[in-house]
Design a protein around this ligand. Structure first.
Ligand SMILES: [Zn+2]
Ligand SMILES: [Zn+2]
Ligand SMILES: [Zn+2]
Length: 108
């Protein structure tokens, strides 16, 4: 007899044939390329918060900022996973799946 409890990520059974984010394998050990949203800085915009692309290190502003540059970055180059800049990096977001993720910690 099979036990269908602890299957898939976070121990939750898969729903509808998917079991969470398929992009986690694309994560690299990145360093932030800057400490500001350079796209905003170039246009003299301000931002609410900054997000770090966990595929290439691009820094862009969050979805509650006017520039939406982290989301733009995903749309342009298809790097879906971001985490807050300046934090430990363990709380992330996947734009493609629109879901929160637990990520590996960033190197200090
Ligand atoms: Zn994903
Ligand atoms: Zn921006
Ligand atoms: Zn990127």
């Amino acid at each position: 007899m099979r036990v269908d409890g602890d299957v898939g990520w976070r121990g939750r059974p898969a729903v509808g044939g998917t079991s969470g984010c398929a992009h986690l394998g694309e994560l690299l050990d990145v360093r932030p390329l800057s400490g500001v949203c350079e796209a905003c800085a170039a246009g003299a915009l301000t931002w609410q918060a900054l997000l770090l692309c966990r595929t290439c290190g691009y820094v862009g502003c969050s979805d509650d900022s006017r520039g939406l540059h982290a989301r733009r970055h995903y749309e342009w180059v298809d790097h879906p996973i971001v985490s807050a800049l300046g934090g430990r990096g363990d709380r992330g977001w996947c734009y493609a799946d629109a879901m929160a993720l637990e990520l590996p910690l960033l190197r200090p």
